[in-house]
Design a protein around this ligand. Structure first.
Ligand code: 5CU
Length: 383
């Protein structure tokens, strides 16, 4: 099998043992509650608002490398680019966040370096490091951590939430961070945690359905839109940003966004391009669970080429559809969304694989790209 036809998971998480130890030591959320049931450890994870009382059960698949590899083998996944799961270091004081970021980056490097070989030059695991993105951290501390990550050969990017250092990602103070990440060639994986104002969910008990299905993607939509509006992609054209959950609602709303900008002279004069052009600069996971959604996202990405500076965006202009799927990559969200009953394969994974396979209009080559080839190129994981 050629490397181009490998299955690569770019959206897969871990709570490293050192991070779990911290969560276990805490008395408020985020935390892991540890107790014993019938003589066996009974760990419960509390990270989101309104976790079911007592928290959700968690086990070794949240922290052990062997469990990750077993999961990959069960689903035919050759290589994974693993990231710490939310809420990262967001809740820590700056000095604690800086120290822990550096330790967890070393831990993740080791976790990947000790993983099995996929080929003579590739391991099965690579990773996204962590930055100590918390209020009152110095920019120097962030730049030092970027330098650390860029020297760890199995870390190919960083994962971050949407808060930045307290004012969101459009904070001008973060400009040196975008600059350093671009220069280091590190991919930024933007991932939600906070959702939107919980009042929007009303009073009915719908469990975690609304915050996860809608709150998470809207958070990503808002954060990415703010980044675009702040001109970050004009100032840092080589920044590579990968969006969780296929970019949330941004593909669906991008023409409306462009129209609102057109009617707002202050914002319009700030940007070098039509809003839709920026979607062609982004990368998207393929964690959307449906072929129609994946096809739609790839069409919107491909359409971005019509909005090169000065171009009218007219529907008559030629669009290379392949440019869309090339920016999309398979992901699983493991270890979240485990099967409710002990099935061999996880439904959440099978659905995402079937969705890729069923996109109408994608050639076999494009599907192979989304399954793995695009990720291997993005992360420079080539022979
Ligand atoms: O189910 C969940 O809570 C989550 C989460 O917290 N983070 C994530 O990436 N997916 C699902």
């Amino acid at each position: 099998m050629s490397l181009a036809s490998r299955l690569v998971d770019i959206h897969t998480h871990i709570y490293l043992p050192r991070y779990c130890a911290l969560l276990r030591s805490r008395t408020s959320v985020p935390r892991i509650l540890t107790s014993n049931r019938d003589g066996k450890p009974d760990d419960r994870l509390l990270i989101l608002d309104h976790e079911p009382s007592g928290g959700r059960p968690v086990g070794p698949h949240y922290w052990e490398r062997d469990e990750k590899i077993k999961f990959m083998d069960r689903h035919g996944i050759d290589l994974s680019v693993v990231s710490t799961a939310n809420p990262w270091l967001d809740f820590l004081h700056p000095s604690e966040a800086k120290t822990l970021a550096s330790q967890l980056n070393e831990d993740l490097e080791q976790y990947c370096a000790d993983s099995p070989q996929l080929s003579p030059s590739l391991k099965r695991l690579y990773g996204f490091g962590l930055l100590p993105l918390v209020p009152d951290i110095s920019i120097t501390a962030l730049l030092e951590t970027i330098e650390q990550i860029s020297k760890l050969s199995h870390l190919k990017g960083i994962i971050m939430g949407t808060k930045g250092i307290g004012k969101g990602l459009d904070d001008d103070a973060l400009d040196p961070v975008w600059e350093a990440l671009s220069k280091a060639g590190l991919v930024v994986f933007l991932h939600p945690h906070y959702g939107v104002d919980a009042k929007a969910w009303g009073e009915k008990d719908n469990g975690h359905v609304l915050p996860l299905a809608l709150g998470f993607p809207f958070e990503t939509t808002i954060a990415t839109t703010r980044l675009i509006l702040s001109g970050v992609f004009d100032r840092h054209p080589s920044l590579r940003l990968l969006l969780a959950h296929s970019g949330g609602a941004l593909p669906q709303l991008s023409s409306r966004l462009a129209s609102c900008i057109d009617h707002d002279p202050v914002v319009a004069s700030r940007l070098a391009h039509d809003a839709r052009w920026y979607l062609g600069k982004l990368y998207f996971d393929a964690v959307a669970y449906g072929p129609e959604e994946l096809g739609f996202v790839s069409d919107v990405i491909a359409r971005a080429g019509r909005f090169e500076a000065g171009a009218s965006g007219s529907t008559g202009a030629t669009v290379d559809r392949k440019l869309g799927s090339k920016r999309m990559m398979f992901g699983t969200d493991h270890p979240f969304f485990p099967p409710l009953k002990g099935t061999e394969k996880w439904r959440s994974v099978v659905e995402n694989l079937e969705a890729i396979d069923e996109v109408s209009g994608w050639s076999q080559e494009e599907k192979e790209g989304v399954r793995g080839g695009n990720a291997l190129s993005l992360f420079n994981l080539l022979l």
